[in-house]
Design a protein around this ligand. Structure first.
Ligand code: PLP
Length: 415
């Protein structure tokens, strides 16, 4: 110890460790050739590997393990207690004995940008990069770049840029692995909870999910059903589609959209997509209505001129996380008395001018497998999903015997 550095005798320093002034180390272990900047504090039971760079003003607390070749920027803060309190439940100042240290692991080659905060109980993967100013709240996969508060996955690190250009990376059309890896802990925790109370179909967990998902979508109600197809079908039936009524949708969608319309008894009319957005083109919708239909002002019904069928509903499909152009669609729907069911199976959490998918005037349906849900602002659109016999199918009948009790029109393939 001297005037400028405070290194407790318990510190295990490797070979050629380079220390700046004004540092405070106690009970920790520092590997060979590591460089530690000014005003760094490293607490007991923390370990820092070989050839690391710990920049000035960083705080490495107890419970942190930093492997070799890690870069840590300036003013990085580690945390080892998810629920810190100053006093015990009986009101006394907490002592070390009250402290349960939570661990953090920084794998080799990772870099943590200046001003980041790293919460506990997590691992920053090998060679991962944490952008400056991030707040890391969950595991960071190896070779991933994350940033923000809370830190979000941005992309994986590519090798040398010129090499990457010469050998372009194959980007899969659909990557279902990465998001599941990112959410693995959260998903497994919920699955574990469902295992522990065997509440697989209905029950408090489903009800809680319905409440939370409605809130997430800014909708008033949510009813969990078995599939996106049924969510759409129930919403159409609840809205009042009758046998032979025309339901307008786009041809560029998954087959389930049209399947649900047919199952609800609707007759399909296709209106094309906009080539910029790949979703229902409001101008083409207007054209279809104005050229092919007559609006009866007495009954308030829109009738297709050639078939004399009533046009009942529009199903815009939000695709690839992109919402359809809802304002002009809703304007036409209001003008011609049509109800709108959003197919939001590919757009959970998507927004259109700050308004969420599924939060529009009538109902939306969406699709997080394996339980699905119908969302609505209107109580009326809730009841058929709650009371309809196929709801029973969803809730209790995975056996063909029980399916027999369900009227044919209400049966679904229970995808
Ligand atoms: C646009 C769209 N609508 C509806 C559905 C139907 O969902 P499910 O397969 O759960 O019945 C899907 C499924 O992928 C979809 O992508």
């Amino acid at each position: 110890m001297n005037d400028f550095v405070s290194i407790a005798p318990s510190v295990r320093l490797g070979k050629d460790v380079r220390l700046s002034k004004f540092i405070n180390l106690y009970g920790c272990e520092i590997g060979d050739e590591t460089k530690i900047g000014a005003f760094v504090e490293i607490q007991k039971n923390a370990t820092v590997g070989k050839r690391c760079k710990i920049s000035s003003h960083t705080f490495v607390c107890e419970g942190v393990e930093i492997e070799d070749n890690v870069f840590i920027g300036h003013s990085v803060t580690f945390i080892n207690d998810s629920y810190p309190r100053s006093t015990t439940p009986s009101g006394e100042l907490q002592s070390e004995a009250d402290w349960k240290v939570e661990k953090t692991l920084v794998r080799k080659g990772a870099s943590i940008g200046s001003g980041s905060t790293i919460l506990s109980n997590l691992t920053i993967g090998e060679n991962a990069i944490v952008g400056a100013g991030s707040v890391v709240t969950r595991d960071v996969p190896a070779n991933a770049i994350v940033a923000g508060n809370p830190a979000k996955f941005l992309r994986f690190i590519t090798e040398d840029k010129s090499k990457a250009m010469a050998n372009p990376m194959k980007v899969p059309f659909l990557d279902l692995v990465t998001p599941h890896e990112e959410l693995e802990d959260d998903l497994l925790a919920v699955v574990k909870k469902a295992f522990s109370n065997a509440g697989f179909i209905g029950g408090p967990m489903v009800e809680e999910f319905e409440r939370e998902f409605a809130r997430f979508c800014d909708a008033n109600f949510c009813v969990g059903v078995n599939s996106g197809t049924d969510a759409l079908r129930f919403a159409l039936m609840a809205g009042g589609v009758e046998n032979g009524d025309i339901v307008i949708t786009v041809p560029h969608t998954f087959i389930a959209t049209t399947e649900a319309i047919s199952q609800a008894g609707g007759h399909l009319a296709f209106v094309d997509i906009n080539e910029q957005t790949y979703t229902l083109d409001p101008e083409k919708l207007r054209e279809y209505i104005e050229k092919n239909c007559d609006f009866d002002t007495k009954t308030g019904m829109l009738i297709e001129s050639s078939s004399k069928r009533k046009v009942a509903a529009i199903v815009p499909v939000h695709l690839y996380g992109q919402m359809a152009d809802m304002d002009p669609i809703m304007e036409l729907a209001t003008k011609y008395n049509l109800f709108v069911i959003e197919d939001a199976c590919q757009a959970h959490g998507a927004e259109y001018f700050s308004k969420k998918a599924n939060a529009w005037k009538k109902a939306g349906s969406t699709r997080p497998r394996p339980g699905e849900e119908v969302l609505s602002r209107h109580r009326r659109l809730q009841w058929p999903a709650r009371l309809h016999p196929s709801r029973m199918a969803v809730r209790e009948a995975w056996s063909p015997r029980k399916m027999e009790r369900i009227p044919p029109r209400a049966r679904s393939p229970l995808s």
